[in-house]
Design a protein around this ligand. Structure first.
Ligand code: PRP
Ligand code: GLN
Ligand code: MG
Length: 505
């Protein structure tokens, strides 16, 4: 999951883009970048690392201009540790475009070939985002063969992009001298919203962002979500237009955003994320009542951070005490979105510390938002027992993660999932070393989200039910992902730099 943001204003945007990226840090910890447009010149700075480590005052000073885009990256395709694949991306024709993407294309390989052979465009990385930018650039070029680029032309180009591209994509882009473009895939799998503010001269400013919390944190007021398949265009004079550019758009937002990815203080497609997590706790409590003997549980305990609202609500519903037994080191980031299993494993212990006083002689119900590879839970159960707990029960606010995700969560193969082979709760409990494990049911997840916004027809629950809403995933495609995942990583050369150099424009 990456985080993307764009601002158009009459005033400098560098600081506010930086502030927005800091607020989106939970969506990507691998790399960060900002590109601004000053007159007809782009300025860009991007590098591997967290936002606060990537940008220095001198870099910020160079990011002049009153429009800009930014991104924090959590890689799903291409190379996890490549500075070249950090975003934004830039192409010099037509006009010059900088671009940031959240999502994952499922036909990137075929598109890259088509771009080379038919459109005569060269893709220099293995990132699907570079492919998407080049499809967009090709389609913008096509419409400008016969006329000047205006709103109609931009929307026509996006219409063609929707026809060629498969998978999930939320995009922000700046076209030099022309305007700011944002669009969302026809299923609205990844989130995208926009807001407004007024600058010192009384002119309207716009922000487009992955999550609404960036607006609240930077003085913008949230206008609405970008609809699935919709594009919005703000030209250099500040004229705003929005248009539906897809033929069969239907909103199917990713359920995992509500379970884990998004910040609780964001509202996505009319559902407040915190509220959704409380609701998931309500539904999970019902299942726990059916499956566990409540008189055996002394305390309910969350695994910080993401499971807290669910655990709190669940404890209240079950009339059990809620206790915090794990203290999180706030200087360690999210474990799940770290690249590579070795670093994830090490980080769980660095990140969470158990306080024996909360465990000694007690039967504990541990609550986490999800158990994906089982890295976190395995370690947590070990720590819970070491700290003196008698019995350890486990509850997950998400159902069993059984299928690969190809829409922007980096778990493309079944083999890396704890329940990829269909293990039931008993088998999971044995493997993790728990006395019992209870998962949210799929109906519970869908019911909770439906209660929060009955107007959403369906959610992308592909990693729980194997249904790929964009109808773009075949067994053959999944087998290719599996083979790619198992291929050995290129060996590190002795003279490899530990710190990749930044990329600028
Ligand atoms: O089964 P796993 O593969 O370990 O993945 C699941 C865990 O990863 C996430 O935590 P993370 O530390 O990323 O973030 P958080 O602090 O927001 O909970 C999630 O909340 C689970 O705890
Ligand atoms: N999580 C994402 O949105 C990733 C974007 C893009 N697929 C990349 O790997 O860089
Ligand atoms: Mg967690």
């Amino acid at each position: 999951m990456c985080g993307i943001v764009a601002i158009m204003s009459g005033e400098p945007v560098n600081q506010r883009l930086y502030d927005a990226l800091l607020l989106l840090q939970h969506r990507g910890q691998d790399a960060a970048g900002i590109a601004t447009l000053d007159g007809l010149s782009f300025h860009m700075y991007k590098a591997m690392g967290l936002v606060r480590d990537v940008f220095r005052t001198r870099n910020m000073r160079d990011l002049t201009g009153t429009m800009g885009v930014g991104q924090v990256r959590y890689p799903t395709q291409g190379c996890a540790s490549s500075n070249q694949e950090s975003q934004p991306f830039y192409v010099n024709a037509p006009f010059g475009i900088v671009f940031a993407h959240n999502g994952n294309l499922t036909n990137a390989e075929a598109l890259a070939q088509e771009l080379y052979e038919t459109d005569r465009r060269h893709i220099n990385t293995t990132s699907d985002s570079e492919v998407l930018l080049n499809v967009l650039a090709t389609e913008i070029s096509r419409v400008t063969l016969t006329k000047k680029l205006d709103a109609d032309g931009v929307f026509e180009a996006v219409r063609q992009v929707h026809k060629r591209v498969k998978g999930s994509y939320a995009v922000v882009a700046l076209i030099a001298g022309k305007g700011l473009l944002a669009f969302r895939d026809p299923h609205g799998i990844r989130p995208l919203c926009f807001g407004k503010a007024t600058d010192a001269t009384g002119k309207t400013e716009y922000m487009v962002s992955s999550e609404s919390l960036t607006m609240i944190g930077t003085g913008f007021s949230v206008e609405r979500d970008v609809a699935p398949g919709e594009a919005i265009w703000i030209d250099m004079k500040g004229n705003f237009e929005a248009r539906q550019c897809a033929e069969d758009a239907q909103l199917n937002p990713c359920a995992f955003e509500y379970v884990y990815f998004a910040r609780p203080d964001s509202t996505i497609d009319g559902i407040n994320v915190y509220g959704a997590r409380l609701k998931l706790g309500e539904y999970l409590a019902k299942t726990i009542r059916e499956k566990l003997d409540l008189s055996e549980i002394d305390v309910v305990m969350p695994i910080p951070d993401s499971s807290r609202p669910c655990a709190q609500q669940l404890a209240q519903e079950l009339g059990l005490p809620y206790r915090e037994g794990f203290i999180k080191n706030r200087y360690v980031g999210r474990t799940f979105i770290m690249p590579g299993q070795a670093v994830r494993k090490k980080s769980v212990r660095q990140k969470l510390n158990a306080m024996p006083v909360e465990f000694e002689g007690k039967n504990i119900l541990l609550v986490d938002d999800s158990i994906v590879r089982g890295t976190t839970m395995r370690e947590i159960i070990r720590m819970t027992r070491e700290s003196g707990a008698k019995k350890v029960f486990v509850a997950s606010s998400a159902p069993r993660v059984m299928y690969p995700n190809v829409y922007g969560i980096d778990m493309p193969t079944k083999s890396e999932l704890l329940c990829g082979d269909g293990k039931d709760e008993k088998e999971v409990a044995e493997i993790l070393g728990a006395d019992a494990v209870v998962y949210q049911t799929l109906e519970g997840l869908k019911g909770a989200l439906h209660d929060m916004n009955p107007a959403i027809p369906a959610f992308d629950c592909s990693c729980f039910d194997g249904v790929y809403v964009a109808n773009d995933v075949t067994e053959e495609y999944l087998a290719r992902l599996d083979a790619a995942r198992k291929a050995p990583a290129p060996a590190k050369r002795e003279d490899d730099e530990d710190e990749p150099q930044a990329t600028t424009l």
